[in-house]
Ligand binder design. Structure first.
Ligand code: ATP
Ligand code: MG
Length: 492
């Protein structure tokens, strides 16, 4: 018995979906306005478009959105097919240039935001044509039926030589039932427009950067927002790691500390969600961003790691493996590669936390293999960790040496400080409000620091060291190593 015969003799009843109910549930797939729009731009890119114009026009309840592309377009039958839910088999192998998968996006993304979807398209050698889905009509008729209505505006003139226009009307979720004069709704609409722009800048940044596509939003060019801030001063780039026979590539970046870049650069780096929320993995499927900053359940978002961003490139051959979702906003690594990805991320995260804590300054720990003089040591005592002040630190040693009578008292004082370091309080504070934890010598007058530096310098000189050598030695002393720029102010 073959596969088909297995079912031939069984009793059967029709259980087709009810159009109205089904289409209504398409509305609840969970697109945000931004992911919905991006899904339609995917279609334009897949159709070979080079220029895509988006118009998002306020007119109260009559507001509308159009996406006009100069891709290869569709003949009339193809428009109908495109409007059919499930127009393509998700199992079909698709070209790398095809960003689609399920044969649903056009419909689900559109219905998530509007009640009326019209596709106007023209293919080389065929006349332009248009067809419309209208949810009100489907609700009334209960039928899976598109229709052809007059279109009021001059869309047929707007269409390029070949290409497609997607039109959203009755945008109940974006403009609601507002009057055109309703200023609050208008402002809200403009805000959505701004987040459209930001989202597209991010999702398609590689297409924009490589010049594969030009995006215009209400007449203004959409620029690329690259989460890895290429060419930006001291960004640290990790070497690539291929997985799944090279179908997946990891590449880690640790972005520069705030103090290392200009205010503008810092602001530009923050992206749509802000620095903290943009940490983590960036999953690209054929160069189109699916996941923008997420630790994929492997780690929590934490302030200390906000400089870590890891590029994960996957190809559309792995859609099933990585559980791509309809909205193209979720992808999950398969079990087989989770550990490798996690290990790679650990390396990048460790580096990110270093940069975060040390403000990205270079630490001259190993200069000429000489010992670095830090202020605090971690020591183990009866199996437990304690923090002790380095008696050999030049500033400490100096005081102890110059006041031999006070040596005992100073020792007691140092002990007292060591035993009462408020570790629990520091830990809680660091965890709860890491950004509010002051760093050494932050926001105080640095004249004391400079004075200490000068004193130590004088001492080296008095011991017969050359100026050059004295400066070298200063860089081996905490905290002077953090402020190499002050070396210039030293006087003999
Ligand atoms: N702008 C366009 N230009 C040309 N053809 C298009 C355009 N938009 C959609 N199509 C055609 O309609 C089909 C259905 O589009 P739809 O977005 O619903 O599904 P998909 O892109 O195939 O897959 P997915 O559900 O993953 O988006 C596409 O496969 C394509 O053939
Ligand atoms: Mg699609």
């Amino acid at each position: 018995m073959n596969h088909h015969e297995k079912f031939t003799n069984l009793p059967k009843r029709n259980a087709e979906p009810k159009a109205a109910a089904m289409i209504e549930s398409f509305r609840a797939i969970g697109y945000s306005p931004e992911t919905a729009l991006a899904d339609l731009i995917d279609n334009s890119i897949s159709a070979g478009a080079k220029n895509v114009r988006i118009e998002f026009i306020w007119a109260g309840r009559n507001s509308w959105l159009t996406i006009i592309d100069d891709g290869w377009g569709m003949a009339e039958d193809e428009i109908i097919d495109a409007l059919r839910p499930g127009s393509k088999d998700p199992d079909h192998i698709r070209l790398p240039s095809d960003l689609g998968r399920f044969g649903l996006g056009l419909k689900t993304a559109s219905f998530s935001q509007c009640g009326r979807l019209t596709v106007i398209s023209k293919k080389a050698g065929s006349p332009a044509s248009h067809w419309t889905w209208d949810l009100d009509f489907v609700r009334q008729s209960g039928k899976w039926e598109v229709f052809q209505d007059e279109i009021h505006t001059n869309f047929y003139e707007k269409i390029p030589e070949t290409g497609t226009i997607v039109l959203w009307e009755n945008m109940d979720r974006l403009a609601g039932n507002a009057d055109e004069e309703d200023e609050e709704s208008h402002q809200n609409f403009l805000k959505i427009g701004e987040s459209f722009r930001k989202h597209l800048e991010m999702v398609f940044h590689r297409y924009i950067e490589s010049g594969k596509i030009n995006l215009l939003f209400n007449g203004r060019k959409i620029s690329a927002w690259n989460p890895f801030m290429p060419g930006k001063l001291p960004t640290q780039v990790f070497s690539e790691e291929p997985l799944q026979n090279g179908a997946v590539i990891l590449k880690g970046y640790v972005l520069p500390h705030k103090s290392k870049i200009s205010e503008e650069e810092y602001k530009a780096g923050e992206g749509p969600k802000g620095w903290n929320a943009q940490q983590g993995f960036y999953i690209y499927r054929n160069e189109r961003l699916l996941v923008a900053g997420d630790w994929l359940g492997m780690f929590r978002i934490e302030e200390h790691y906000k400089l870590a961003r890891i590029m994960v490139d996957i190809s559309n051959l792995l859609d099933k493996d990585w559980q791509l979702d309809i909205k193209k906003s979720v992808a999950k690594p398969p079990h087989g590669v989770v550990t490798a990805i996690k290990n790679y991320a650990l390396k990048v995260r460790n580096q990110a936390v270093e940069v975060y804590r040390h403000k990205g300054r270079t630490i001259h720990r190993n200069l000429a293999n000489e010992e670095f003089k830090q202020v605090w040591f971690e020591r183990k005592r009866h199996g437990k960790y304690h923090y002790v002040i380095n008696r050999e630190h030049p500033l400490v040693k100096n005081i102890l040496d110059t006041m031999p009578d006070m040596r005992k008292h100073l020792g007691i004082l140092l002990n007292l400080i060591e035993e009462t370091v408020p570790i629990p309080l520091m830990i809680v504070r660091e965890r709860e409000e890491p950004e509010s934890q002051g760093r050494p010598f932050e926001s105080i007058d640095h004249s004391l620091l400079k004075q200490l530096m000068q004193m130590s310098y004088d001492k080296f000189i008095s011991e017969g060291k050359s100026g050059e050598r004295a400066k070298e030695l200063l860089l081996l002393i905490e905290p002077f190593n953090q402020y190499p720029e002050y070396l210039e102010h030293l006087t003999m």
